[in-house]
Design a protein around this ligand. Structure first.
Ligand code: PLP
Length: 398
């Protein structure tokens, strides 16, 4: 047997990746599986971006890049943050990373000491708590439910803060719930952080452009706390570039420099060709982004109407991202046709995979066991079919 480190043994496998794997295995056996477990736009990367990558190779952008990314890309990110978000940053505050995922990991590794507490509202994206574990930090969860549209209040935040709190991390638009914090709601959280000058705020804004309710609001807009906010964003979701592996963070220059030092030791700068493609994405405007968002909105409405119609399922109306996170706890304790009892959200997700042949993910891996998550980044036709199959399968539980 191989003696792996305690650190890796204590780490959980990503539940979304596990469900995608199970779905693929079933598919390989010839079963017609509809995969809604992954958070990936089903659109192609826009042509202008692909063209820029081809050109980059021809022009020999094939060498190591500066660890924080090419200066012109970092400047384009500065411009983007100013124009789209009205946030002022200097290029020294921008670090390009291997996906938003690495930006989050960087920030946690650079800020969290063993025993430090990291406050995370539930439900949260599966990797947050695992990254905190890797830094030997302690996750402190603030539970929410569908009744509050999965959002926390300033009072709940205040109550979770202790002298050990180092970091607060959240996503808005939220994966898995699709909830958005309004400007007023963010301001009320910012007021709490004003009273606690030792706490940093990791703001995951990767779903910024998949927003059905208007303007994106960043918690970094409140100048009293901006120095302590680490804004994380990227290209995977807005530009359908999940495989390209590029994201970034914007932070206080000391945090940006620490991040540069960290990734200088473990990954170096992300792919040179991808960086040229990302520059083209930001220079190319938002037309393709808006077209994809409109398509997601259409699908959201279709799925919402079908989902509302399923007995025993409660759902919010997601305002952003491309997921539903319905409460399915009314099925707990019920029996399948083969006599197994559905005990929790993972059991239900497995049941839906095996009986409805629809891959979803149990909410327990997102810190909320009453719900399941599925993505609607799939064709209208397969979404309609998936909802029909889910309804039939749930109807069979006794
Ligand atoms: N943050 C959230 C909330 C996500 O859902 C994801 C991807 O699923 C990421 C970050 C990571 O994105 P990237 O592909 O840029 O690493």
């Amino acid at each position: 047997t191989v003696a792996l480190s305690d650190k890796i043994n204590n780490l959980s496998e990503s539940a979304t990746i596990r469900m995608a794997k199970l779905g693929r295995e079933l598919k390989a056996k010839g079963v017609n599986v509809i995969s809604l477990s992954f958070g990936e736009p089903d659109f192609s990367t826009p042509e202008n971006i692909k063209e820029a990558a081809k050109k980059a190779m021809d022009e020999n952008y094939t060498y190591y890049t500066p660890v924080s990314g090419y200066p012109d890309l970092r400047q384009a990110i500065v411009n983007k943050l100013k124009i789209e978000n009205n946030l002022d940053y200097d290029i020294s505050q921008i670090v390009v990373t291997t996906g938003a995922k690495q930006a989050l990991a960087n920030a946690i590794m650079c800020l969290v000491n063993p025993g430090d507490e990291v406050i995370i509202p539930t439900p949260y994206w599966v990797s947050y708590s695992e990254m905190v574990k890797l830094a030997d930090g302690e996750s402190v969860f603030i539970d929410t439910s569908i009744e509050s549209n999965f959002k926390i209040t300033a009072e709940e935040l205040e109550a979770a803060i202790t002298p050990k709190t180092k970091l607060f991390m959240f996503s808005s638009p939220c994966n898995p719930t699709g909830s958005l914090y309004s400007k007023d709601e963010l301001e009320s959280l910012a007021r709490v952080f004003e009273k606690h000058p030792d706490i940093y705020i990791l703001s995951d804004e990767i779903y910024e452009h998949i927003n059905f309710s208007g303007k994106h609001e960043s918690i970094a807009q409140f100048n009293s706390i901006k120095d302590r906010v680490i804004v994380v964003n990227g290209f995977s979701k807005a530009y359908a570039m999940t495989g390209w592996r590029i994201g970034y963070l914007a932070a206080h220059p000391t945090i940006a420099a620490a991040t540069d030092k960290l990734q200088g030791q473990i990954t170096s700068g992300t792919c040179s060709i991808t960086q040229r493609a990302a520059l083209a994405a930001y220079e190319g405007g938002l037309d393709s982004v808006i077209a994809m968002r409109d398509e997601f909105l259409k699908r959201r409405d279709i799925v919402y109407n079908l989902l509302k119609d399923i007995d025993g399922v409660k759902t919010n109306l997601p305002e952003g991202a491309f997921y539903f996170f319905p409460d399915i706890s009314s099925f707990f304790g019920k029996q399948t046709e083969t006599g197994e009892t559905i005990k929790d959200s993972s059991d239900l997700a497995l049941y839906l995979l095996n009986v409805a042949h629809v891959a979803t993910v149990g909410g327990d891996s997102f810190g909320n066991n009453d719900c399941i998550r599925f993505s609607y980044a799939a064709s209208e036709e397969s979404l309609v079919e998936a909802m029909k199959r889910i309804k039939d399968a749930l109807g069979k539980l006794k």
